[in-house]
Design a protein around this ligand. Structure first.
Ligand SMILES: Nc1ncnc2c1ncn2[C@@H]1O[C@H](COP(=O)(O)OP(=O)(O)O)[C@@H](O)[C@H]1O
Ligand SMILES: [Mg+2]
Length: 340
């Protein structure tokens, strides 16, 4: 089995379980392939938790959810030195960040200190406590969530920190047909779970066979090694000079918007950093690879440009007053920049 067909199998598995959220599934895979982290903005109940849990069962990875709250402390997520009175020594107790897939739920409910502990861990892939440094696992991905509705009593992430996320993904409600499919799927799952509970209760032999079907259904888990080979392949995807030039123009134009349009110049206060360029390059490659190509086309850049730059452009007050979003700005860039 090639790495691509393995990842494609994972995608299909996720898509069957996360109905109608193709973008979320696609972005999770791109983040995995690029060794990056995702910020997902969407209302509660849109399968964000379900998606990362399903991902954790599809690959050889452990999963941990951290609910961000106003009373959370940095040590609650990183871990802390515990004093052992028996021999008077200190032992590091690993916090919940020491897992492969971490769901940082409602990241803007925790104060700045906790947010920056998370973002530092994401950027450095390590945690420093006192004089010691602890490595996070080689496979380490954070999916942070943000609720777009409740802004009261929250701590918005500063732009400089948002930059640490490879992509900022927005998800929306499914349409009516999809909603019905979701209902039927979850109903079916609940029935199966209820039957299993009943069986465990009634007879132990039935319970054991029940477990068998469970593991059959779980299927093969993709190994971390395979994922690392896939990452290598993504890095080897070819990018022609004119496509590279096109990609660079997206970012550099956010810093010199007057060169293409006076409107853009009024709307943009600060452009994207080199992290934006690097992210756009990585995501465009992964997008090409996932679409079975060994070269990046301008369409790959276009397909990921919103999610990679959305959170990296700081708008002016004028733009905010005119209800211009960074998505509008990126749409404009798409229309102004000549496609190679
Ligand atoms: N697109 C979907 N596909 C399958 N189940 C879904 C979907 N959207 C919502 N659900 C179901 O709705 C419930 C809420 O999902 P959850 O992942 O907890 O939401 P979130 O973490 O985004 O608040 C779960 O029972 C989940 O199975
Ligand atoms: Mg949730």
């Amino acid at each position: 089995m090639t790495t691509l067909s393995a990842i494609d199998g994972l995608r299909q598995r996720l898509q069957q379980s996360i109905i109608g959220q193709e973008t979320l599934v696609d972005r999770l895979l791109i983040a995995l392939l690029c060794n990056g982290h995702l910020l997902v903005e969407g209302a509660p109940g849109l399968a964000k938790t379900r998606a990362i849990k399903e991902l954790a069962t599809g690959i050889e990875a452990d999963y941990q959810r951290i609910q961000f709250t106003p009373d959370l402390l940095p040590a609650d997520i990183t871990g802390t030195e515990i004093y052992r009175p028996a021999d008077g020594s200190f032992k590091f107790q690993h916090g919940p960040l020491f897992n492969n897939l971490v769901l940082a739920d409602e990241i803007n409910r925790a104060p700045a200190k906790v947010q920056s502990a998370l973002l530092e861990a994401m950027a450095e892939q390590q945690i420093s406590v006192g004089l010691k440094t602890y490595r996070l696992p080689a496979l380490f991905m954070v999916m942070a969530t943000q609720n777009p509705i409740e802004q009261e009593g929250t701590y918005p992430l500063p732009e400089a920190q948002l930059d640490r996320f490879l992509m900022h993904v927005r998800i929306d409600y499914p349409d009516a047909t999809r909603e019905r499919d979701i209902l039927r799927l979850v109903r079916e799952e609940n029935t199966r779970a209820a039957n299993a509970d009943l069986a465990v209760n009634a007879d132990q032999t039935v319970a054991i066979s029940g477990n068998d079907t469970d593991s059959e259904q779980a299927g093969e888990r993709l190994s971390a090694g395979l994922l690392f080979s896939a990452r290598q392949e993504v890095l080897n995807v070819y990018m022609a000079d004119d496509v590279e030039q096109y990609l660079l123009r997206f970012v550099t134009t956010t810093r010199d918007p007057a060169s293409v349009s006076p409107d853009l110049a009024r709307w943009i206060a600060f452009g994207a950093s080199p992290r934006g360029t690097i992210a756009l390059d990585a995501c465009a490659r992964a997008h090409a690879w996932l679409n079975q190509r060994d070269y990046v086309s301008p369409e790959d850049v276009q397909a990921v440009v919103h999610d990679t730059l959305r959170h990296r452009i700081l708008l002016s007050y004028e733009a905010e007053a005119d209800a211009i979003t960074t998505d509008t700005v990126i749409d404009q860039l798409l229309s102004y920049l000549a496609v190679p």
